[in-house]
Design a protein around this ligand. Structure first.
Ligand SMILES: Cc1ncc(COP(=O)(O)O)c(C=O)c1O
Length: 436
């Protein structure tokens, strides 16, 4: 499968703009996002899943422009914090198309969600149900709505729809840090232990809340369909125990290829198999077929991104180390999950051969290795530009200021134009927060 953005000429240009030009205009490191790629992926998902719902998971990459693109393509939205909700709100993303997630929402976040008219809140604990019930008008008073860190005065009309996040006991066989469907972890309520059914009963006793459905998210970067199928069967059986519910949300986690030869999840195959299984199981349990929601993040935006780095130093020894002007502060994924990437020198193909090199960041950690065994031109030297594809998801979103490096800008490209969506952070930005 292609690992470069849809409009890219690998390592040369994207949307008709040369990577060397982007680096010269906006500096490095820089994240580049292909708008067309994002929009095409949205359309592919919407078409494959119709008439069901696709909600983009904002955690993968989020900013106001992205909110506009997603809204225009007709997708719904999954946010997992007040910060993500604030961006959605600033962009005018319709509240009724938003789902709020999180295993530890603050009172302020719940109040902000009610205030903005967020369509569905995915609850994760008994305590959250009680807090939400108290915050919603109908169950409590305006005073009760100030339980969070900030008072919110606007009334919430009608009952608030909620989904229960459940753990279906499914191991998606992905990295431990992104395995979220098994028992005994911090997300969701266990179906097997009866905790999920307890919370369903608690919700149904709250006049201000409406139990609209169930949700699970079994992991990330999943290529196979079996885990989703098992989860779907278990969630339908659970819903049947509650007499059927209108919504079934199977989360995200769809894989994309990061390196040549890797596979992503086949969305058409996913849609066919999972909708089929849900219909079959509902028929077997004699309950109506719910509306399905899926929440891809990485699969919408991962392949749209390229990170550009400049080579700072080349060190020859037992291995050849190519030191670039970024590293684990703009891409923590190799250090966190052992993720593996492809990288190439940007621009015209090298005359002469390539050899294996280790591309490392400039942070004070031996673990700051971006790519081991990268095939780069023998004559690579300081000042050369490197392009790393498939960096649209969980890169800018996970960036930090480690070693007081400033976070790179995000540059959008479309139809021969490049412009910043998020500007480069400056040292002044960092110092402004240093108020002591
Ligand atoms: C609840 C939920 N939905 C959707 C996603 C998106 O996952 P991905 O980007 O792997 O599709 C996540 C990721 O952590 C999640 O926790």
């Amino acid at each position: 499968m292609n690992i470069w953005p849809l409009t890219a000429e690998p390592a040369l240009s994207v949307a008709g703009v040369r990577l060397t030009e982007i680096a010269e205009r906006f500096g490095t490191p820089a994240y580049v996002i292909d708008e067309e790629h994002v929009r095409v992926r949205c359309r592919e998902y919407a078409k494959a899943m119709a008439p069901h719902e696709v909600a983009y998971a904002a955690k993968a990459f989020w900013c106001r422009a992205m909110a506009r693109w997603i809204a225009e393509e007709g997708l719904s939205l999954d946010v997992c914090s007040g910060g993500e909700l604030a961006v959605a709100r600033a962009a005018g993303f319709p509240g009724d198309r938003i789902l709020l997630h999180g295993n530890g929402k603050t009172g302020h976040e719940l109040s902000a969600a009610l205030d903005y008219g967020v369509g569905r809140i995915v609850v994760d604990s008994h305590g959250e149900v009680r807090q939400l019930a108290a915050l919603t008008v109908g169950a409590g008073t305006r005073a009760a709505r100030t339980m969070g860190d900030r008072a919110v005065a606007a009334p919430t009309p009608g009952r608030q729809k909620v989904l229960i996040r459940v753990t279906p006991g499914v191991d998606a066989h992905v990295h431990r840090a992104v395995t979220t469907g098994v028992e005994d972890q911090q997300f969701g309520l266990s179906i097997a232990s009866g905790a999920a059914a307890d919370v369903a009963r608690l919700i149904r006793r709250q006049p201000a809340l409406e139990l609209a459905g169930v949700h699970c998210h079994i992991g990330s970067q999943i290529t196979g369909l079996d885990g989703f199928e098992t989860a779907a069967r278990r969630l339908v059986a659970f819903m049947a125990g509650l007499g059927g519910l209108p919504e079934l949300n199977l989360g995200g986690g769809h894989a994309v290829p990061y390196r040549p030869g890797e596979d992503g999840l086949d969305i058409a195959a996913f849609a066919q198999r999972i909708t089929g299984v849900v219909e079959q199981e509902c028929a077997a349990h004699a309950i109506p077929v719910p509306r399905l929601t899926i929440e891809p993040g990485r699969a919408i935006v991962g392949g749209a991104g390229i990170t550009l780095y400049r080579v700072l130093t080349v060190k020859h020894g037992a291995r050849t180390f190519v030191v670039v002007d970024g590293g684990m502060s703009d891409n923590p994924r190799p250090a966190l999950y052992g993720s593996r990437y492809h990288i190439e020198r940007a621009g015209a193909p090298a005359a002469g051969g390539t050899e294996p090199m280790t591309v490392v960041g400039r942070h004070c950690e031996a673990g700051d290795v971006l790519v081991s065994g990268a095939h780069l031109p023998t004559g690579i030297r300081p000042g050369d530009l490197l392009a790393m594809p498939c960096t649209g998801a969980y890169h800018h979103a996970m960036a930090s200021n480690y070693n007081h490096l400033t976070r790179p800008p995000v540059i959008a490209v479309r139809a021969g134009q490049a412009w910043p969506l998020i500007r480069r952070e400056t040292q002044a930005d960092m110092l402004r927060r240093d108020v002591g």
